[in-house]
Design a protein around this ligand. Structure first.
Ligand code: OAD
Length: 251
């Protein structure tokens, strides 16, 4: 059960930090109506097969199915709006000397909430690239709702969303920024991730070993809450505004 002193403790740690790393997962967008992956019943992976929809093998087998699934998800992301959790993280960036936001989310809700620097470690759903030559593809009118993926103008191969699928490498530059920041930060603020997808789930452990205070915001206990110094059990859109209020009020 969440206690008031935990909110105060978290606000104090954040106020004193010179460098905060915030790691977000699907849970931060849940209150905006974007489905998470592993929540029972509502999670995407409870209803859809990730091997068919988020892998090279699945794309080769049925490119139209994958294209249509991501188009539908993109439509839902576009219809969503940032929630109070996203807004607080954008404000925190503005009042902290160094702030690195690493998100596993492919949506752009952090950017739309005002976050300036967002490291998308699992890619972005609204950017499109060739599956072969990686050239960025500007979608032409009507291409989004096609039955099959469009073709790359450079090499003719199939276009796909710029998201990381199972078995694919993470974007190198983002990995470098995230790992360096985790080792250097004073506070690692984790919001809305189940902490089971590696290597990203290593980041809080790495920060903790390097001496940072780890804060986890999540309605459910998870592997990160187990190692966290402060576990704020609850929804990001509820807890983060409370922490921000305590911080603004000087605790
Ligand atoms: P998950 O779906 O695995 O976990 C979502 C987490 O958010 C769970 O721990 C929930 O308890 C928590 N949660 C739900 N509602 C919340 C709320 N309102 N506020 C805060 N937390 C809430 O999502 P991720 O951990 O982000 O990878 O999943 C990691 C990766 O697995 C994703 O990036 C995706 C997926 O396969 C790729 O697509 C490569």
């Amino acid at each position: 059960m969440l206690e008031l002193h935990q909110i105060t403790q978290a606000a104090q740690a954040l106020a004193q930090a010179r460098h905060i790393v915030c790691l977000t997962g699907a849970g931060v967008s849940a209150e905006s109506g974007v489905a998470t992956f592993r929540d029972a019943q509502t999670g995407l992976w409870a209803r859809f097969d990730p091997q068919r929809l988020a892998s090279q093998e699945g794309f080769a087998e049925d490119p139209g199915l994958v294209w249509r699934w991501y188009s539908e998800r993109l439509r839902m992301v576009e219809a969503a709006t940032p929630n109070p959790g996203h807004l607080v993280l954008a404000r925190l960036e503005g009042v902290t000397p160094a702030f690195t936001l690493v998100t596993q989310n492919v949506d752009d809700l952090h950017e739309r909430a005002g976050s300036q620097q967002v490291q998308h470690i699992h890619g972005r759903i609204h950017i499109f690239r060739c599956n072969y030559c990686r050239a960025e593809h500007a979608l032409q009118p009507g291409e989004r709702t096609q039955e099959l993926p469009p073709r790359c103008l450079a090499c003719g191969d199939q276009v796909r969303p710029d998201v990381v699928w199972f078995g694919e490498a993470l974007p190198e530059q983002v990995v470098e920024i995230a790992w360096r920041a985790a080792e250097a930060c004073d506070v690692m603020l984790v919001v809305g991730t189940s902490g089971v997808v590696y290597p990203v789930a290593e980041l809080p452990l790495l920060a903790k070993r390097a001496g940072a205070v780890v804060i986890d915001v999540n309605p459910q206990c998870n592997p990160i809450s187990e190692i966290a110094d402060i576990f704020l059990q609850g929804a990001g859109g509820v807890i983060l505004p409370q922490v921000m209020n305590a911080l603004s009020a000087g605790f």
